[in-house]
Design a protein around this ligand. Structure first.
Ligand SMILES: [Zn+2]
Length: 271
């Protein structure tokens, strides 16, 4: 599943190149998670002003509206002057004066949704509940701690929920909790200010590192055949159940929280 760093690297791979492009046509494939909400032909003639990101949504600002793109479980975007003929898993395409933007999504949990503005009900429904951006200034350690104090649920699913801070997906939540030395089952409300501060720093550094590694593979993402996937993050705990902790040698354990697997070191993550 593309997580925040992959989505941001995807954005960086084409945002500058598509800015100013005029839409010549739009085409849909099979239904995605949500409908486009407008006739594709009505996008013709609009200009792509810029590409922003909010959480895991890419926002294509057009003159007079925006497209919200989500990559779902298996989506990837390609943008190139020319692309090979669309295949059975290509479900949205914009032909523009600067190239073709195509969504490839075999599992079809992704979506492209039209909104007249961010104030539209459809945009508010998708974006309105999102927490602050983890790499932005608004992600403040004290505010983070205060928000956690109001939650009795375990810290791992609270991070994943995305309404306090966005973009901390399953891999990065496990890794950040390890880096902060915090057990994933600890009630969020029981983190004191210093542990919340450690977790705040760990969330930022884990995501920043993934972004950095993704940035170094940007060329792959911008090619016509570019596919998003997880960066080659050297995981400390994620997907390492049964293997020795890279710090203390204790066997990494896994547990289920919600529907998701969590990985942790019982020795390093005691608080
Ligand atoms: Zn350990």
């Amino acid at each position: 599943m593309p997580e925040l760093p992959e989505v941001e690297v995807t954005r960086l791979s084409f945002a500058d190149r598509i800015a100013g492009a005029r839409i010549e046509s739009a085409a849909l494939g099979k239904p995605l998670r949500w409908p486009l909400g407008v006739e594709p032909a009505s996008l013709q003639g609009l200009t792509v002003q810029r590409v922003r990101r909010r959480g895991k949504y890419l926002l294509l600002d057009l003159d007079g509206g925006l497209l919200l793109i989500h990559l779902g479980m298996s989506g990837s975007l390609a943008f190139a002057p020319e692309l090979p003929p669309a295949g059975p898993h290509d479900h949205f395409e914009l032909a523009t004066s600067r190239g073709r933007l195509r969504l490839h999504d075999p599992r079809r949990f992704g979506a492209v949704v039209w909104a007249g503005s961010e104030a539209d009900p459809v945009a508010r429904k998708l974006l309105g509940h999102l927490g602050v951006e983890p790499l932005g200034d608004e992600f403040d350690p004290f505010v983070f701690w205060q928000a956690l104090r109001a939650r009795r649920a375990a810290i791992k699913p609270v991070l994943l929920a995305g309404d306090i801070v966005v973009g901390v997906g399953n891999i990065y939540a496990s890794e950040a909790l390890f880096a902060a030395g915090i057990h994933p089952g600890l009630s969020a409300a029981r983190l004191d200010q210093s542990r919340a501060g450690r977790l705040h720093g760990a969330v930022r550094s884990v995501l920043a590192r993934a972004l950095e590694q993704g940035g170094s593979t940007l060329r792959d993402f911008s090619s016509a055949e570019g596919k998003t996937g997880h960066f080659q993050l050297e995981a400390m705990v994620y997907d390492r159940a049964g293997q020795p902790c890279r710090v203390c040698g204790t066997t990494i354990q896994s547990l289920r929280q919600g529907q998701r697997s969590t990985f942790f070191c019982p020795q390093c993550q005691t608080s």
